[in-house]
Design a binder for this molecule. Structure first.
Ligand SMILES: Nc1ncnc2c1ncn2[C@@H]1O[C@H](COP(=O)(O)OP(=O)(O)OP(=O)(O)O)[C@@H](O)[C@H]1O
Ligand SMILES: [Mg+2]
Length: 333
C-alpha cells in the first residue's frame, strides 16, 4: 500500500503567459493550506529564467564543504545557505570546469543529468540534494530550480534538443516522481514547464498521460516502471495556459485538437490575464474571438483575471496567498 501523488503541471504554446507565476502561486498556496503535505515546485524550464533568480529561495548546504569544493550529491545536505550567499555560490558553479562535479549550488539539472559512474549501482541522488526552500515560505514547500548558467546550457541543450534523448529525460522525471511517492498520505508536485510543447514540456505531458491511464503505461518497451510509482495512486492535472490574445487562442485550440481523446481528461485549459474571473464572461469573449467555432474544451477554460498582486517576480517577493484562485484552479467548491 502506498500514498498518493497529486501532480499539477502548467504548459503553454506561447511564452510569457503565466506558467511560472501560476505554478508558484499554486505550490505556495497548497503548501500553506495543507501544512502536513510535502509540496515540491519543479522548474522544468532549463533554458529560461531560473526560479532561483526570481524567488527568494535558499540553496541546500553541506556543512564542511568549501564553496569551491565539489559537493557529493549522494549525501544528504544538512541545512540551507543564507540567501545572501547565493551570488558567490553561483559564481563558484560558473567557474567550475566542464566536468560533471557540482560546485557551489545544486540544481535540478544535476538530478536530471546525473549518471552514476557505474550504471548498475543502486545509487540515486536524494531529492533533498536538489531541494531549495523559500525564505519565510511554508516549511513543507521545496523548490527544485533549474540553472540556465552558460556552463549548464553546454550540457543541457544537446540533451533537450536531441529527440533521441527525450526518452532519457522522461525516464529521469519518472525516477524523480518515484522518489517522491509517500508511503502514506499525499505529496504534491507542481511542474513549471518551458513554453512551446516539444521538448521538456512534451516529456512532462507524456508522463502525465502515461501515469494517468489505468493501468499506467510504461515508458520502455519492456513494460518496466519504477516500483513505487507503479503502485502509487496518482492524480494529475495538466493545465494548458493561454491568454485571450487571438493567436494564442488559435494555437491553444490546435494544441487541444491534437490531444488523444483518451487523454483529454488530464488537460484543463486555463485563460490567464483575463479581464474577469467570471467563466461565463470569459466564455463569451472566447466565442467572440474565435467566431463561434471554438473547441468545447476551450469554452470551459478556467479564467484567471489580470491581477497586479500576481506579479511576483518583480523584486523577489514571497507569493501572496490566494485561496480563492487555487480553489478555482483545482475545481474545488
Ligand atoms: N494573472 C496575472 N496578472 C498580472 N500579471 C500576470 C498574471 N500572470 C502572469 N503575469 C505576469 O506576466 C509575466 C509573465 O509571467 P510568467 O513569467 O509567469 O510567464 P511564463 O509563462 O512562465 O513565461 P515563460 O514562457 O517565459 O516561462 C510576468 O511579468 C508576470 O508577473
Ligand atoms: Mg516561465
Amino acid at each position: 500500500v502506498s500514498g498518493r501523488l497529486r501532480c499539477l503541471s502548467f504548459h503553454s504554446v506561447k511564452g510569457g503567459v503565466g506558467k511560472s507565476t501560476l505554478s508558484t502561486v499554486a505550490a505556495v498556496q497548497i503548501a500553506a493550506a495543507e501544512p502536513g503535505v510535502p509540496v515540491y515546485l519543479i522548474d522544468m524550464d532549463l533554458t529560461g529564467t531560473s526560479l532561483a533568480d526570481v524567488l527568494p529561495i535558499e540553496a541546500p548546504c553541506w556543512s564542511g564543504v568549501a564553496q569551491n569544493a565539489p559537493i557529493n550529491l549522494l549525501s544528504k545536505p544538512g541545512g540551507f545557505h543564507p540567501r545572501g550567499d547565493l551570488q558567490d555560490l553561483l559564481a563558484a558553479r560558473e567557474l567550475r570546469d566542464v566536468s560533471s562535479d557540482v560546485i557551489g549550488v545544486p540544481f535540478l539539472n544535476d538530478f536530471l543529468l546525473f549518471a552514476t559512474p557505474d550504471w548498475d549501482a543502486q545509487e540515486e541522488v536524494p531529492i533533498a540534494s536538489v531541494a531549495w526552500r523559500l525564505t519565510d515560505g511554508p516549511q513543507n514547500l521545496r523548490v527544485l530550480p533549474s540553472s540556465a548558467l552558460p556552463i549548464d546550457l553546454e550540457r543541457t541543450l544537446p540533451v533537450i534538443y536531441d529527440e533521441e534523448h527525450a526518452g532519457f529525460l522522461e525516464a529521469r522525471l519518472e525516477y524523480l516522481l518515484d522518489e517522491l511517492v509517500p508511503s502514506s498520505g499525499d505529496v504534491v508536485v507542481v511542474f513549471d514547464t518551458p513554453p512551446t510543447i516539444p521538448g521538456l514540456s512534451r516529456s512532462v505531458l507524456s508522463l502525465a498521460f502515461r501515469l494517468s491511464r489505468t493501468p499506467k503505461t510504461a515508458l520502455s518497451e519492456d513494460g518496466q516502471m519504477p516500483f513505487r510509482l507503479e503502485e502509487a495512486e496518482l492524480d494529475w492535472k495538466a493545465f494548458l495556459v493561454a491568454t485571450l490574445d487571438y493567436q494564442d487562442l488559435r494555437a491553444a485550440e490546435r494544441w487541444l485538437s491534437l490531444v488523444p481523446e483518451g487523454d483529454q481528461s488530464v488537460i484543463t485549459p486555463l485563460l490567464n490575464r483575463a479581464p474577469s474571473g467570471d467563466p461565463q464572461q470569459v466564455e463569451a469573449l472566447v466565442r467572440e474571438a474565435l467566431l463561434y467555432s471554438a473547441n468545447p474544451m476551450l469554452l470551459r477554460a478556467i479564467p484567471v483575471e489580470e491581477d497586479p498582486s500576481l506579479q511576483l517576480f518583480r523584486g523577489e517577493r514571497v507569493p501572496p496567498v490566494r485561496d480563492d484562485l487555487i480553489r478555482r484552479i483545482l475545481g474545488k467548491p
